[in-house]
Design a protein around this ligand. Structure first.
Ligand code: UDP
Length: 478
């Protein structure tokens, strides 16, 4: 490994929503002659290895996730495999045990910088031991980071009388309203009794202000007020280098296979989309972690059918999946097969490929940040259906600030859907985004945002320049 080149360690959380953008980030750095080493646990090494086979400057090193020592069943090695809240806490605490092996690798390879996930607050101390800067990767919008700070500092939800009464989030560049039911349970709780888990989350929040800086998968033109707010008002050093997925190459199939093998043949999906008119298909996918109940899935099926639009629907799993009884509304599958209106993907879809197809006219999304950016980069308007994490905050950016999304009306923060939104609500939101004057205006704004996203990563664009200045600074630090 040539010591002339800057060498960066990338250490993502064990979840596709974090590993995929970090993989893209390593590719973006390697396109500027930076050497990258991705650190992950053994289960995920093959996924990364497959994805970097064309990149000489990126390598992967595997470490061991101590599932049993963390009180988890053997083999649990990803947030996506975690089923209960109790396992969730054990899993996150388990990741703190990765520190020893990370430090061994820092010692062995002596990189110039460590880019580590926000969920690894202890990584700052690990980097300090080797006298290298630690950058934090959040994997979300600067908007969500700004709103989250205000919510935690001001606790405006303490003053409302119910989970459904709206309140205004103070100190922000826009008037943003939300309800207590939409606020993350971690932020709502006061944690009067500190546990190991609540301490870890406190450390996660605190580490933003005691690290070298933050590297965000976003771009200035998408949220300029919040980039200013976060960097100037909150005083955080931040580089915006996204949308990182745009560094992927069609020719190498990097867009077709991301993270997991699709459970549907890519050519079949494209052929099906080719047979549909422009902007006519609604794509529905709720990411890799959230879980829908059968009751909710039934309502989605009803809503999609009654919207009258063509659709591709990715179904990950439902919470009572052991129950083998069919949960689709009566005759649903036969009808959509017969009239060719819908395509069901049970498992994993080639999302970027689908979003980039000109027949796709809207995306029903849980507002995970990667899905959001992928939709923005493809110019596809969104129907927003947040569930947990910071997804309700991303929704506000899309519906209230950028106005490129319409909310279905989710009100309860939960990883497993706890409310059952009626199919009619989905059909109404689909109609608003797909037909009429409002739809035309939303589509025009989405198209503008796509153009700025692409311009940001091209030579001379805001993200291109931010990445350059970060590399220059890290080289000088060395
Ligand atoms: N994804 C995909 N196919 C699927 C589901 C998800 O390729 O069927 C990808 C998606 O393109 C995105 C990532 O997985 O890059 C999900 O990240 P996001 O932040 O949207 O949501 P999360 O899964 O973290 O909730």
């Amino acid at each position: 490994m040539g010591r002339q080149q800057l060498h960066i360690f990338f250490f993502p959380m064990l979840a596709h929503g974090h590993m995929l953008p970090i993989l893209d980030m390593a590719k973006a750095f390697s396109s500027r002659a930076v050497t990258s080493t991705i650190i992950t646990t053994h289960l995920h090494v093959p996924m990364f290895q497959k994805a970097i086979q064309n990149s000489v400057d990126i390598s992967v090193r595997g470490i061991t996730f101590p599932a049993a020592a963390s009180g988890l069943p053997e083999g649990i090695e990803s947030v996506e495999m975690v089923k209960s809240e109790e396992m969730f806490a054990k899993f996150f605490l388990g990741t703190t045990k990765l520190r020893g092996e990370l430090e061994n690798l820092l010692e062995e390879l002596r990189p110039d910088c460590l880019v580590a996930d926000m969920f690894f607050p202890w990584a700052s101390d690990a980097a300090a031991k080797f006298d290298i800067p630690r950058l934090i990767f959040h994997g979300t919008s600067t908007f969500a980071m700004s709103v989250g700070e205000s919510l935690r500092r001001n606790r405006p939800f303490d003053g409302v009388s119910s989970d459904s009464e709206p309140f205004i989030i103070p100190e922000l560049p826009h008037e943003i309203k939300m309800t207590r039911g939409q606020v993350s349970l971690f932020d709502r709780k006061k944690h009067e009794v500190e546990t190991e888990f609540s301490k870890l989350f406190k450390d996660v929040k605190a580490s933003d202000s005691n690290c070298y800086g933050l590297i965000n998968n976003s771009f200035y033109e998408m949220e300029p007020d919040y980039v200013e707010y976060y960097t100037k008002k909150l005083g955080r050093r931040t580089w915006h280098v996204g949308p990182l997925m745009l560094c992927n190459n069609d020719a190498d199939g990097e867009k077709a296979e991301r993270g997991k093998k699709s459970t549907i043949d890519e050519d079949d999906v494209i052929q099906w989309l080719d047979s549909k008119p422009q902007n006519s298909v609604v794509y529905v996918c709720f990411g890799s972690v959230s879980i829908m109940t059968r009751a909710q899935l039934q309502e989605i099926a009803r809503g999609l059918e009654s919207s009258g639009q063509d659709f591709i629907w990715v179904i990950r799993k439902c919470v009572d999946e052991e129950d083998s009884e069919k949960w689709f509304p009566k005759g649903f599958e036969d009808r959509i097969k017969a009239n060719g209106k819908g395509l069901i993907v049970n498992g994993w879809a080639p999302q970027i490929l689908i979003l980039n197809h000109e027949s796709v006219g809207a995306f029903v999304t849980h507002c995970g940040w990667n899905s959001t950016l992928e939709s923005v980069s493809s110019g596809v308007p969104m129907i927003t259906w947040p569930m947990f994490a910071e997804q309700f905050l991303n929704e506000k950016l899309l519906t209230d600030v950028l106005k490129i999304g319409v909310a279905v009306g989710a009100t309860q923060w939960s990883r497993v859907s706890v409310e059952v939104l009626k199919g009619e609500k989905l059909a109404e939101a689909v109609a608003r985004v797909m037909v009429g004057d409002e739809a035309v205006a939303i589509r025009a704004r989405a198209k503008e945002m796509k153009d700025s996203a692409r311009a940001a990563v091209e030579e001379g664009g805001s993200s291109f320049n931010d990445l350059d200045s970060l590399i220059r600074e890290l080289s000088a630090y060395r």
